[in-house]
Design a protein around this ligand. Structure first.
Ligand SMILES: Nc1ncnc2c1ncn2[C@@H]1O[C@H](COP(=O)(O)OP(=O)(O)OP(=O)(O)O)[C@@H](O)[C@H]1O
Length: 255
């Protein structure tokens, strides 16, 4: 199993934001995580990536217990994410945004970097080459010297995904990747996600409010409501699931 989430709960004071969640993700799966506002989706991502420690339960990545580990350790072990709001280093170049992420995987220590050893230069060359190759695969090479903030919105979102891939993840978490995109950008993003999954041989878990997007892209969908997974099934079955329909009707009435 790639990811094993066992009875994970997160409480904030008296509020149970994530409630006894069980979820297994296999290699090469593309899973959607949906649910009404405040259902606990972002909190769940924060638990997986080590931003929060679960109140109880455990999380295993490739059989190894990662519960409560620091985010950078979890990244090293093979989990990467993007955020609901773009979090690029806006003033750094497109290339440097990817290089910074790649440095996670370098083989040189602080000694090498201070004394600029041969190993340091060798690694620097490797990192730059790999970063350029990655940008090339996503059609961003021509823009590598531009500051990240100068890219159009859709490309900034794409760069975030490229930067996450630069850490060589086995599991990629995408938090509302289509947020703020126009229909054409959304269609391009769907193709991009499929390409990423196939070309990089990874699993993807994504949060998304755009139902059409989730339904046509994901193989399985997990539905969260009040911190609990109320359904986990194929898009077709989720569409007709009574509990799911009720959870969303509740949301419409509240608005
Ligand atoms: N750091 C925190 N401290 C206290 N309560 C929190 C904290 N983070 C989230 N919550 C609460 O936990 C619940 C779940 O929030 P969360 O942001 O995970 O939901 P969500 O499904 O991602 O919502 P949205 O779709 O609106 O982004 C909410 O009631 C929220 O107010």
């Amino acid at each position: 199993m790639l990811l094993e989430v066992h009875e994970v709960t997160k409480q904030f004071g008296g509020l149970t934001a994530v409630d006894t969640i069980n979820l297994n993700i296999k290699k090469d799966e593309l899973i959607g995580l949906i649910g009404p506002n405040g259902a606990g989706k972002t909190t769940f991502f924060n638990l997986l990536t080590g931003v929060y420690e679960p109140t109880s339960g455990y999380i295993k990545l490739l059989g190894e217990d990662i519960t409560g580990q620091k985010p950078y350790r979890i990244t090293e072990k093979g989990m990467a994410r993007t955020f609901q709001n773009i979090r690029l280093f806006k003033d750094l170049s497109v290339l440097d945004n990817v290089r910074v992420a790649k440095i996670f995987n370098t083989d040189y220590g602080i000694f090498d970097s201070i004394f600029r050893t041969k190993k340091f230069y060798k690694e620097e060359i490797r990192v730059r080459k790999e970063a350029e190759e990655l940008l090339d695969r996503f059609g961003l090479l021509k823009k590598m010297d531009l500051p990240a903030h100068s890219l159009p919105y859709g490309e900034q979102r794409k760069l975030e995904i490229v930067r996450a891939l630069a850490t060589n993840p086995k599991l990629l978490l995408l938090d509302e990747p289509a947020a703020g995109m126009n229909p054409q950008e959304t269609t391009e993003l769907m193709d991009l996600i499929k390409k990423v999954k196939n070309d990089f041989d990874i699993s993807i878990l994504l949060i998304e409010h755009d139902m059409k997007f989730v339904m046509s892209l994901c193989e399985r969908i997990a539905v969260l409501d009040y911190g609990k997974i109320i359904a986990l099934d194929t898009p077709e079955k989720i569409k007709n699931n009574k509990k799911v329909i009720e959870a969303y009707l509740g949301e419409v009435e509240e608005d």
